[in-house]
Design a protein around this ligand. Structure first.
Ligand SMILES: NC(=O)C1=CN([C@@H]2O[C@H](COP(=O)(O)OP(=O)(O)OC[C@H]3O[C@@H](n4cnc5c(N)ncnc54)[C@H](O)[C@@H]3O)[C@@H](O)[C@H]2O)[C@@H](O)CC1
Ligand SMILES: Nc1ncnc2c1ncn2[C@@H]1O[C@H](COP(=O)(O)OP(=O)(O)O)[C@@H](O)[C@H]1O
Length: 450
């Protein structure tokens, strides 16, 4: 058993169906899995309980409750006062949520809701067994809108996608993992991202070795977005970064605060990585057909995505591009527009939405938000484990778009999926601070962690 985050390596994720298959095969070899699960819960409970009061174990009707009952027995054997039941004891030293795990298949019943509310109000920390009760393991959504908000979750046997995306991070608290001694024996449903190495910079390299980025955006009044993207690409290590600012005459300086940035256009830079759409406004729609047909590698964000959503012709152009050459970075509302549905429907199953969009448009898709999802046609999707609410700021998406472009410029042989996985993880790690960041500070943190 160990605390899981931050992870230093990529890890496999398994949805409910895959977890059940792995569990079934493991049970045939080792029928004592529930004993192991309960023992692991008891050990963690011993470390987490505060004070001399009883450990309250709330057990549900299935095997999740079975884990809880084993944990209660083990704690009692260790001399700890234990209370098993739906109502809290006086002054509990810890509450163990063993109501519902993988078997959750509907909104918690009224009786379970009462127990969940009592647990939430009992004054002790909550340790959830496998999953916070009420949280759907595949999507990270609370079934029927209600799920335990745990202080700790000890997940068992497999890591499930819903612990990391959707509302998962708001419910799991600190995440612990015990594989119960079982090595997964099938391919994962998705990968949990770990850090990727920064692109190498050879001793004799020069700026021409590190690629070019062309940021197209910045309509009148929105130049900041394009400049943030350009500054991020520069900080990432791209050799030369140019901006085509739609709202500024060509002779005007690219960015007075960053003299390293240059003005440029598609005609001058036919091999650059395009970062298109940051602060671009509606004018980008007319530019997109040429950009989509000419630039070999493209990152589309913000207004470029809205233009694509509104135009079947642009969608056809996207589909016609080679595999691995295009990266889309929608937030949930932009993804909803692209999929012609509402934001809640996208959030209800983020993995599925990202996969569907990537298949429809033949692109790598980064569906942003807590637990960003990276999906590409014919590839296993990935979920970002890093990041937090400090990233919920204006311009943080522009910084991501620029970082993606900067990374891709330096790694011309990498496909969109690999670039997306590396950049999204780095962006998240740079955003792990208390309080809030400003987008400019985020760029500096990204550069420092590079
Ligand atoms: N089978 C095994 O040996 C192992 C099972 N494990 C545990 O078993 C859990 C899965 O067990 P189960 O498949 O029995 O599933 P659960 O215990 O999660 O829940 C299934 C039961 O809850 C009921 N239920 C589902 N949703 C409900 C709702 N919203 N309101 C009220 N009742 C609801 C179902 O009708 C069923 O009776 C895992 O999460 C894990 O904790 C682990 O111990 C690992 C080994
Ligand atoms: N609570 C959060 N946890 C993790 N990442 C977050 C959170 N809120 C925002 N982010 C990340 O911050 C970025 C915000 O992008 P976006 O919504 O496009 O912002 P903007 O348009 O202001 O640049 C995305 O990469 C998103 O995943």
């Amino acid at each position: 058993m160990h605390a899981l985050l931050p992870t230093t390596t990529a890890l496999p994720l398994f949805d409910v169906a895959a977890s059940r298959r792995i569990e079934t095969r493991a049970l045939a070899r080792s029928p004592d899995l529930m004993e192991r699960a309960g023992l692991a819960v008891a050990k963690l409970a011993l470390a987490l309980r505060r004070g001399a009061g009883p450990v309250w174990v709330a057990c549900g009707p299935g095997n999740n409750g079975g884990d809880g009952r084993v944990a209660a027995r083990r704690l009692a054997e260790a001399g700890v006062p234990v209370h098993v039941g739906d109502e809290p004891p006086t002054a509990p030293s810890l509450a163990i949520d063993a109501l519902l795990g993988l078997g959750l298949n509907r909104a918690p019943s009224a009786a379970l809701q009462t127990t969940i509310a009592a647990m939430q109000a009992c004054g002790a920390a909550i340790l959830a067994v496998d999953l916070p009760s009420g949280l759907l393991a595949d999507t990270g959504q609370p079934a029927g809108g209600l799920a335990v908000q745990a202080d700790h979750t000890l997940t068992l046997l497999t890591l499930k996608p819903g612990l990391f995306t959707g509302e998962g991070r708001a419910h799991v608290g600190r995440l612990w993992f015990d594989d119960l001694g079982v090595a997964p024996d099938e391919a994962p449903t998705a990968d949990l991202l770990g850090p990727s190495p920064a692109p190498a910079r050879g001793a004799t390299s020069h700026k021409g070795s590190h690629g070019q980025v062309l940021v197209v955006g910045g309509a009148a009044g929105m130049q900041g977005a394009a400049r943030l993207a350009a500054r991020a690409a520069l900080a990432c290590g791209a050799g030369r970064v140019y901006v085509d600012l739609l709202g500024l005459p060509a002779g005007e300086v690219a960015d007075a605060g960053r003299p390293e940035l240059m003005r440029g256009t598609l005609a001058e830079l036919p091999r650059a990585v395009g970062v298109i759409g940051c602060g671009a406004g509606a004018a980008i729609a007319d530019r997109l057909p040429t950009l989509l047909q000419r630039l070999p590698r493209l990152v589309l964000d913000a207004d470029a995505l809205n233009a694509v959503a509104a135009s079947p012709a642009l969608q056809d152009l996207l589909r016609a591009r080679p595999a691995g050459a295009t990266l889309l970075t929608p937030h949930p509302l932009e993804a909803a527009r692209l999929l012609d549905r509402n934001t809640a429907a996208v959030q209800a199953d983020r993995l599925a939405a990202a996969r569907e969009l990537s298949a429809r448009l033949n692109c790598c898709v980064v569906l942003k938000g807590s637990g960003s999802v990276v999906a590409s046609p014919a590839k296993r999707p990935a979920i970002c484990a890093s990041g937090g609410p400090a990233l919920a700021i204006a311009g943080s998406g522009d910084v991501l778009a620029g970082w993606l472009g900067g990374l891709w410029a330096q790694q011309p042989d990498a496909d969109a999926h690999a670039i997306a996985c590396a950049a999204v993880d780095a962006h998240g790690r740079a955003g792990e601070v208390d309080g809030v960041l400003r987008a400019g500070d985020l760029i500096e943190r990204l550069a420092a962690l590079r």
